[in-house]
Each structure stands twice: as structure tokens, then as C-alpha cells.
Design a protein around this ligand. Structure first.
Ligand code: G3I
Length: 305
């Protein structure tokens, strides 16, 4: 294949990117988007603060612009995200307990229901585990509604859109030997053993000098897949430049290709200048939309090289 999407499809996989609705009027941006990518994740537009700005008043305008772009270019969509401690609308940030629980479940039901049939996979719950060595859940208003809030969200999502794959998504879960990775693994294992509807685990894979691509990354992906879920690389970006960066991108791509249930890779933006990172050059295209060495490394790896 001569594009990322075509090359990924050789092995039945997708290659995606995060998309920002505000950039869809930039023709350089949309040119690369429609040429290269077969999966789209709205970068912010499907988050709770965007979709339910006032309680029980839903707003889909930004998200729908991205859905329309996906339809027009024949790309699929990853929904991101239904329940998260960040980017909650103000009204939700102030809620606790049973009221928050039912508001969160209503949000899941309404938003997943609105897009029923249009989403390949939903990040139902995002970033619910603490950093560091505790292996604990992250403290948040959602967590304080009870430890079972995550499975309740997954059950609500399944009821609202039975055809969507339902994912748990997190960062710093790439190194098999980290407590956070182990804790997420045990949750997925528990969900599978009790029939809680979970289909996939998303590895955000934001890599930099402090959190490089771990040598056991492929092992981590395979171990999760062995639980009977798909795995996806959901927000890939890698700080650095030149050959080092290209090599790291190749390693990540090859890790996914080596795991049968790794169904696709999404990068978290198109050009370096589109990145959420304040500085740096973590993506596959430079600020002018030119292909970087990292792009060529990914394309070659997808093509089996
Ligand atoms: O849209 C408003 C604009 O109206 C306002 O004037 C401006 C001033 O701050 O803010 C704009 O919103 C910003 C939004 O991005 C859209 O650009 C927010 O401040 C900013 O916080 C927000 O950042 C996003 C971040 O999530 C927030 O948590 C990034 O774009 C997005 O890339 C990032 O994505 C996350 C994933 O969802 C989860 N994993 C980590 C990843 C990177 O942080």
C-alpha cells in the first residue's frame, strides 16, 4: 500500500488519527486526512463537556462535523470518550454519589445511543487507574460513586449500541511490569470472567524520554489479547526526531502487527503542529504536511518491510 490506511488494510487492520473539527477547513489537513487514514477519533468533540454541556441537553455539532468527514472519506470512527474524570461539563464536576452515578449512566446511554451503528469502537471509560506503584483506581468523583462504576458504564454502553466494540483506554499501561498495567489487566480478566461486556483495551502510547517504548510492549499487547479482547493503539505519539523517532515508530507498528488481535493503530494528530503537546515534533507529518522519516518507517512496517 502507498498510504497508511491501504498498507494497514493488507493485514485487515486500520490506521487512524485524532481529528479536530476546527481544522476541517484547512485543506492541507483534510488532504492528508482523506488520503492516509481509515479511522478517525474526534480529539475532543465526543467528550462529555462537548456532548452534554448542560445536564440532559446534548450537543453534537462538533462531533457531527467529524462524523460527516469520516462518512465522506469512507473512514470508520472510534468514539472518545463516554466516562472520564477530565473534560466533564461544569455541572458534572460538582456532582457526587448516586446523582452523579445516574447522570453518568444517562450520558453513556444517550451519547452511545445517538451514534448507535456509526461507531466501530467506543472508549467507554478513560484513564480510571492511578499512576505510580499503587495499582489503585484513580481517585475521582466517578470512582467515589463505587468501585463498580466502570462495569456499570460498560453495561449501559452495550445496551445503547450493541454493535460497537467497547474499550477501556489508558496511558502508561505499556510496560508489562508496571503496577498500573497489572491492575488494568486484572480488571479486564475479572470482567471477562464475570461476563461484563468488554471487547477491547486501548493503549494510548504517548511516548517520550521519560516514558519510552518499553522493550516488553509487544508482550503486554499479547498478554491482554490472550484474555480474549482486541487491543488497539489509540493515541500514539513519540517525542524525538530523525532516525531515533522513526525506529521507535517502527517498533510500535511491528508490535501491533505481531499480535493477531491488535486491530489497528491511531496516531494522536496529523502534523507536528496539530499535536496536543505544547512543543516537540511527535507525529508523522511536519508542520508543512510533509512526510517525515517516522512516516516512512511506519509505512514500510505496515507493508511488511
Ligand atoms: O475549545 C476551547 C477554546 O474555546 C478555548 O478558547 C481554549 C482556551 O484554553 O481551549 C479550548 O479547549 C481546549 C481543547 O483542547 C480544544 O483545543 C482545552 O483548553 C484543552 O485542554 C484541550 O486539550 C485536550 C486534552 O485532551 C484535554 O484533556 C487536547 O486537545 C487533547 O489532545 C487531549 O487528548 C487526551 C485524550 O483525550 C486522553 N489521553 C490523553 C490525551 C492527551 O492529553
Amino acid at each position: 500500500g502507498s498510504t497508511l490506511g491501504d498498507a494497514a488494510s493488507r493485514t485487515g487492520r486500520y490506521f487512524g488519527t485524532a481529528v479536530s473539527a476546527g481544522k476541517l477547513s484547512d485543506s492541507v489537513y483534510t488532504g492528508i486526512l482523506s488520503r492516509e487514514f481509515s479511522m478517525i477519533t474526534p480529539e475532543n468533540e465526543m467528550k462529555p463537556d462537548a456532548t452534554e454541556p448542560n445536564q440532559n441537553q446534548f450537543s453534537y455539532s462538533g462531533a457531527d462535523r467529524i462524523v460527516n468527514q469520516a462518512t465522506s472519506q469512507g473512514a470508520r470512527l472510534r468514539g472518545h470518550t463516554l466516562a472520564w474524570h477530565q473534560q466533564q461539563p461544569g455541572w458534572m464536576q460538582g456532582m457526587e454519589g448516586a446523582a452523579l452515578r445516574s447522570a453518568m449512566l444517562n450520558h453513556v446511554t444517550q451519547v452511545a445511543g445517538h451514534y448507535q451503528g456509526k461507531i466501530y469502537a467506543w472508549d467507554v471509560v478513560n484513564e480510571a487507574f492511578a499512576d505510580g506503584g499503587s495499582g489503585a483506581r484513580r481517585d475521582s468523583n466517578l470512582q467515589r460513586t463505587g468501585d463498580d462504576w466502570i462495569e456499570a458504564a460498560f453495561r449501559a454502553a452495550r445496551a445503547a449500541d450493541p454493535g460497537a466494540k467497547l474499550c477501556y483506554n489508558d496511558y502508561n499501561t505499556d510496560d508489562w511490569n508496571q503496577a498500573k498495567t497489572q491492575a488494568v489487566y486484572r480488571m479486564v480478566q475479572d470482567f471477562k470472567s464475570r461476563g461484563v461486556p468488554i471487547d477491547c483495551v486501548g493503549f494510548q502510547s504517548h511516548f517520550n524520554a521519560n516514558s519510552p517504548v518499553p522493550s516488553n510492549y509487544r508482550t503486554t499487547l499479547q498478554n491482554f489479547a490472550n484474555l480474549g479482547v482486541d487491543v488497539q493503539i489509540t493515541e500514539l505519539d513519540i517525542e524525538g526526531s530523525g532516525t531515533t523517532q522513526a525506529t521507535n515508530y517502527r517498533t510500535v507498528t511491528q508490535a501491533c502487527l505481531a499480535v493477531a488481535r491488535c486491530t489497528g493503530i491511531t496516531v494522536w494528530g496529523i502534523r507536528d503542529t496539530d499535536s496536543w503537546r505544547a512543543s516537540g515534533t511527535p507525529l508523522l507529518f511536519d508542520g508543512n504536511g510533509q512526510k517525515k522519516a517516522a512516516y516512512t518507517a511506519v509505512l514500510d512496517a505496515l507493508n511488511g518491510g
